[in-house]
Design a binder for this molecule. Structure first.
Ligand code: FAD
Length: 302
């Protein structure tokens, strides 16, 4: 068995594997896609110490760093279940079985998409999912936020301080965000809230130039000209494969304590698949390091 078996090789998994391997213990990392979400990211401006980089470049830096250690890298493998027996067993979709004395779950998350025309085409060309990442790119511009839940309204409030104007589009007749957020939102001068509307299309040429929506009460279509669209209709953790094996919250996030420990002894978790707040690269990397050091601590005590 591996001393530490890491599942997922985004920022959290890469960091966990390097921290584990540096302890001189037998480390493996198994994942479907090396790099995770950063593979889909263009500009990254908040990776501290690096003013600007791009996702694919950062991902190959991670891979190069991982390969500098004696880490068993298993790529293009999807995992399908976890069971605690003598060791912790991870079953692969390909039929293989991996065993670890400890396991670190770092399977990340994905932003829910709305599936309208233009969404795929203009991704990274005016369509964004993360206000902390891409807010400053839209400084002084007109944007829309799709989604009236907590994450959408937090984003709208945040972005209103940076951009010229924010239009919030909510499908339901009412916003779902907490009252205090709604109160703050409605106090802002440069925000328009549209409720009971359905986004039909994100328009553009080489980049976003507008959004078309349907007023669900009148069934009339409207078009707004703007330069950016933030889609905030939910972040889904990649944890369904765990079933009932590891404790998760209502949203499917793996419940961890501040050592990255889950409810199963020897199973740790890190990054966007966990209850750790704020889903960001440096936060995932930090939690990957925490989980690896906790796994090492567990090994020397058991
Ligand atoms: P992920 O990056 O999601 O990696 C998950 C890993 O698990 C992958 O290797 C995946 O293949 C693997 N995996 C998942 N399920 C399975 C399975 N069943 N079997 C095997 N392997 C599996 N953050 C910033 O800090 N700055 C930014 O500028 C920024 N921009 C972003 C732009 C976009 C478009 C997106 C989508 C995200 C952005 N983020 C940004 C967020 C950041 O990318 C994430 O917070 C970070 O990647 C999370 O790292 P992670 O390792 O927890 O998970």
């Amino acid at each position: 068995p591996f001393d530490v078996l890491v599942v997922g090789s985004g920022p959290a998994g890469a960091s966990a594997a390097i921290y584990a391997a540096r302890k001189g213990i037998r480390t493996g990392i198994v994942a479907d896609r090396f790099g995770g979400q950063i593979k889909d990211t263009l500009g990254i401006e908040n990776f501290i110490g690096t003013k600007y980089t791009e996702g694919p470049k950062l991902s190959s830096n991670f891979e190069e760093h991982v390969k500098a250690y004696d880490i068993d890298v298993m790529k293009a493998q999807r995992v399908k279940s976890l069971a605690k027996k003598d060791f912790i067993e991870i079953e692969l979709e390909s039929g293989g079985l991996l065993k670890g004395k400890t396991v670190i779950l770092a399977t990340g998350a994905r932003w829910r998409s709305i599936g309208v025309p233009g969404e795929t085409e203009f991704r990274n060309k005016g369509i964004a999912y993360c206000p902390h990442c891409d807010g400053p790119v839209f400084k002084g511009k007109r944007i829309a936020v799709i989604g009236g839940g907590n994450s959408g309204i937090e984003a709208a409030i945040d972005l209103a301080g940076i951009v010229e104007h924010v239009t919030v589009l909510e499908f339901l007749p009412e916003l779902k965000a907490d009252g205090v957020l709604q109160k703050r939102l409605y106090s802002l001068p440069n925000v328009t809230v549209l409720k009971n509307v359905q986004t039909k299309e994100i328009t553009g040429t080489d980049k976003v130039n507008g959004i078309t929506y349907l007023d669900r009460a009148t069934e009339k279509a409207h078009h707004i000209e703007l330069e950016g669209v933030f889609i905030l209709i939910g972040l889904v953790p990649n944890t369904n494969w765990l079933g009932e094996s590891v404790e998760r919250n209502r949203c499917g996030e793996i419940i961890v304590d501040n050592h990255g420990a889950t409810n199963i002894p020897g199973v740790f978790a890190a990054g966007d698949c966990t209850t750790s707040p704020y889903k960001q690269i440096i936060i995932s990397m930090g939690s990957g390091a925490t989980a690896a050091l906790s796994a090492f601590d567990y090994l020397i005590r058991n």
